[in-house]
Design a binder for this molecule. Structure first.
Ligand SMILES: Nc1ncnc2c1ncn2[C@@H]1O[C@H](COP(=O)(O)OP(=O)(O)OP(=O)(O)O)[C@@H](O)[C@H]1O
Length: 235
């Protein structure tokens, strides 16, 4: 990145462990990370290394055993449950491998749902959802429910939904996990274009090394320790 980097999210000395009787499992070990506004960051690493746990901790979906996570300088784990819910709805977007779309609602309603929850005008929200779905190439599938969509189409609905409230940060867990190479490339193009258009930062956990290599930065998780990978293109 050529412009001055502005820190959006800070992970400060975060550890996560589980106790089960006499056994303690150390899943994250003193992780430190800064995510910059508008950047695309990939986190790679072998299965069980702690990637998803870190992603959850960045999004208030878990609680650190030690350390802090700051969004715009505010400790997200010091917020009340209601304020955390507001933050998840307004400042964060989530994309999961299995989408978590609401099965009984149409594509356009699924995308508009976070805006409805925020109390935004219904017609305006549906209009915004329509524009986003057109943007991801699904203008012809607005009224289809998830069961009437392909896996890649559902993934694109989930991406549109993650962006409806113009979040500061999108947290994506294996966004190309179930997609073929072409659909995976489409997902990447969307992340790139939408990051540029909305200034959204993306943190993407992935086993897809082709996707990871295209991001601004790539970090590797190994046994709960976050390492800087070789070949970062913009540092
Ligand atoms: N409740 C728990 N108790 C004990 N260990 C746990 C618990 N939850 C998760 N773990 C362990 O934490 C480790 C990290 O899990 P995580 O899902 O973060 O890995 P990951 O790097 O995302 O893996 P994958 O690529 O397979 O999704 C795993 O070894 C898992 O067994």
């Amino acid at each position: 990145m050529t412009q001055t980097k502005q820190v959006l999210l800070q992970v400060n000395h975060v550890s996560k462990h589980y106790h089960d009787g006499e056994v303690t499992t150390h899943v994250l070990k003193d992780v430190n990370l800064e995510v910059y506004k508008g950047e695309q960051l990939a986190i790679v690493g072998s299965s069980g290394s702690g990637k998803s746990t870190l992603l959850h901790l960045m999004g208030t979906l878990d609680t650190p055993s030690d350390g802090k996570v700051l969004l715009d300088g505010a400790d997200i784990y010091q917020l009340s449950a209601a304020k955390q819910a507001k933050l998840r709805n307004e400042d964060l977007g989530f994309i999961y491998q299995f989408h978590h779309l609401l099965p009984e609602f149409s594509a356009i309603e699924n995308v508009a749902m976070p805006a409805f929850i925020q109390g935004k005008d219904k017609q305006q929200s549906l209009q915004n959802a329509k524009v986003l779905l057109e943007r991801v190439g699904l203008g012809h599938r607005l009224q289809h429910i998830p069961a009437q969509l392909s896996g890649g189409e559902r993934q694109r609905v989930a991406i549109a939904r993650a962006l409806i409230n113009q979040p500061k940060l999108v947290l994506a867990d294996e966004p190309t996990g179930n997609l073929d190479a072409t659909s995976g490339e489409t997902v990447y193009q969307l992340i790139r274009e939408l990051a540029q258009q909305f200034g959204t930062a993306f943190v993407v956990v992935t086993h897809d090394h082709k996707l990871a290599a295209k991001m601004d930065r790539q970090l590797t998780m190994k046994d709960g320790v976050l390492q800087v990978a070789a070949g970062n293109i913009n540092e």
